[in-house]
Ligand binder design. Structure first.
Ligand code: HEC
Length: 108
């Protein structure tokens, strides 16, 4: 009896983790990235202008979700204490969406 409860419990965790990994909407993430102005810094370099961050397409390739989440919410810790990127206070759901968007445009 106990083991059945355990199996059910573990299955629920698995499903929740799967839903988390699958949950992001690239479309919502793009709207959010636009409204947060990520592209002000993350864009293709323009001649004569200082390069702030790498283009959006270069952000997510080969990165884990955990790193991306940390990089967005706490860039000074995840990237560099001197990085010129503001901290973005996003909810978990919003982060999933932004990460889904970054991955959808990522070039490896
Ligand atoms: C004021 C400029 C600025 C804005 C706005 C900004 N960033 Fe950044 N971001 C940077 C800089 C500078 C870096 C470090 C250099 C790099 O990796 O591009 C960085 C790094 C990152 C990284 C880590 C990349 C890596 O390979 O280590 C991610 C992910 C990222 N930014 C996502 C975002 C997202 C998503 C937004 C919008 C919600 C955003 N950034 C808005 C400046 C900015």
């Amino acid at each position: 009896m106990k083991s059945k409860v355990m199996v059910f419990f573990l299955a629920s965790i698995g499903i929740a983790a799967f839903a988390w990994a699958q949950g992001g909407s690239a479309e919502k993430g793009k709207a959010l990235a636009d409204s947060k102005k990520c592209a002000l810094c993350h864009k293709a370099p323009e001649p004569g202008k200082p390069v702030l961050g790498k283009p959006i397409e270069m952000l997510a390739g080969g990165k884990t979700d955990a790193f991306l989440k940390e990089a967005i919410t706490n860039p000074k810790k995840a990237i560099d204490p001197k990085v010129k990127m503001p901290e973005f206070k996003l909810t978990d759901a919003e982060l999933q969406d932004v990460i889904a968007y970054l991955k959808s445009v990522a070039k490896h």
